[in-house]
Design a protein. Sequence first.
Length: 361
Amino acid sequence: MEQFIVSARKYRPQTFKDVVGQQAITNTLLNAIENNHLAQALLFTGPRGVGKTTCARILARKINQEGYDDPSEDFAFNVFELDAASNNSVDDIRSLIDQVRIPPQTGKYKVYIIDEVHMLSQAAFNAFLKTLEEPPRHAIFILATTEKHKIIPTILSRCQIFDFKRITVKDAKEHLAEVARSQGITAEDDALHIIAQKADGAMRDALSIFDRVVSYCGTNLTRVAVTENLNVLDYEYYIKVTDLILENRIPDLLLLYNEVLAKGFDGHHFVAGLASHFRDLLVCQNPATLTLLEAGEVAQNLYRAQSQKASQAFLLQGIDIANECDLRYKASQNQRLLVELCLMQLASITFDGEKKKLMGL
């Protein structure tokens, strides 16, 4: 049986062009290499799973490729990776500094990638300062961290800092679509959108979730199957809830909320999602703000249709009531009643065609 390789490793970018959502950084690094303008100490900072270590490895390979005919040469002997989470003592840094003095056997540079550099002890940082400021000509240091604020200023001042951003839902969705195509998997646009949203800006997380969903669904990813597997409250529920609110159907609303709770969803998550849904309907009402709606193709059409039924005044008041419920949820002794009261108030906004003045929650 052939060993399964997770998508995050299988589709790890091998060139700067393959890196998702970090064009500004990859272009800067490419230009720096071409113009011989690359600093000897670089700090890659940003959230998890956005490509910091990947870019460090690509850079290490790229700067040594000049003058070599074999593009597949990875210069493994020239790249040293140190995990500062488990090698954070002064002795670890001293042994690294001893290695730095030895020039490379092949290629032009020796590259030292120090991952999770914020985990180094204060003494280790101090031992590293002089070498970082004046490294030998053949040495380049790439430090990677998710927590820049934990690194001492004297280290930061010696590095060229690159801030990696969170991957947008659109970029993550497009990359997932390419991965799905390469694996012969058919996937609905809305299904990939839900995975991309769930990943919360981390490409590695998106690929891990994708693997899990493929194990569940097989070669056909549908929105229904993805929401079921990931246990997320998708827009279908909020569309139904909003329709019932607009039709002032309080008993049906309470039954639908009971169904949501019976499926194991949290009431707080439900209310926050409802406020976000009203916001999405609001941005649909104006063509200028339509770009602010992050949703799949099918969802966008449903949002547009529902936004025509709701007035702007209703949506603004709806956001206010749902937000107030969200703020009071944690402190409430009877959280279910609080959400039910919120739903009843929302359904009473347009009762009998006239706006009732509602007391705050």
